[in-house]
Unconditional design. Structure first.
Length: 108
């Protein structure tokens, strides 16, 4: 028997908390682990050679979707050493329209 499916809105709320915890701990792995634990599909998808990225998606029985995007990139330039920037965004889409979005970030 399958476990009950979580509603997208509930997952959105859980991921917002995970993002804040990731910022507090300065570890985007907190957010990616929460996505994987919840059964979201996806994983590492680097958008470029200079950016580390993860994308996860989930759809509930109503068709609502949650997407988590995590990006980490080096902000340094020649002769300047700067911290990496880590940005996490979660979006909730219902009936094809974005109804909520949350972003938080940190530098390390």
């Amino acid at each position: 028997m399958n476990a009950p499916q979580i509603l997208a809105g509930e997952l959105f709320t859980q991921l917002k908390a995970a993002i804040d915890q990731a910022v507090e701990q300065e570890s985007f792995a907190v957010a990616t682990a929460a996505a994987e634990k919840s059964g979201m599909q996806g994983g590492r998808k680097d958008p470029s050679i200079m950016t580390l990225g993860f994308t996860y998606e989930y759809s509930d029985a109503t068709g609502a979707t949650v997407t988590l995007v995590v990006r980490s990139w080096d902000t340094s330039s020649p002769f300047q050493i700067k911290p990496d920037r880590n940005k996490m965004t979660v979006e909730l889409v219902k009936n094809g329209k974005k109804v909520d979005s949350y972003t938080n970030s940190y530098e390390d």
